[in-house]
Unconditional design. Structure first.
Length: 132
């Protein structure tokens, strides 16, 4: 089923967009492709590196996040890459409980400026306003 593969895997244009965006980010010193949709983002000091899994789920839910974390248990973040994509509130909470940040692409760029709980809990200011 090709459409299932598409849902999970980011398309080549989205991957190129992600790579370019991170290479231009002021907190990123290096980006390493680890394969299997996973990257190591080496940040400038004092920030440590982050392993991130890219996906293209339209709405990343708990079941999809659980599948990803079983496949890539050592990641620090899961990013759903397309601008049309999002994640459920429950997936964000599940990630938080497991110490994994769950983000849309733009949120991930903001989260790169933080560490620890502030990284995992990061929500873009405009999205945070909508939650209130």
């Amino acid at each position: 089923m090709p459409w299932l593969r598409y849902q999970k895997q980011a398309d080549p244009d989205s991957v190129a967009f992600f790579e370019q965006g991170l290479r231009n980010h002021t907190r990123v010193s290096e980006l390493v492709d680890l394969g299997n949709q996973t990257y190591r983002v080496i940040r400038v000091q004092p920030h440590g590196s982050i392993d991130v899994y890219l996906t293209n789920h339209y709405i990343l839910g708990e079941a999809q996040l659980d599948e990803i974390l079983n496949e890539a248990p050592d990641v620090d973040a899961v990013v759903t890459i397309s601008g049309y994509n999002s994640y459920s509130k429950h997936a964000k909470e599940m990630g938080r409980d497991r110490g994994v940040g769950v983000f849309k692409y733009g949120e991930f760029l903001g989260a790169l400026n933080h560490d620890g709980d502030a990284f995992v809990d990061y929500i873009a200011p405009e999205r945070d306003k909508k939650r209130r």
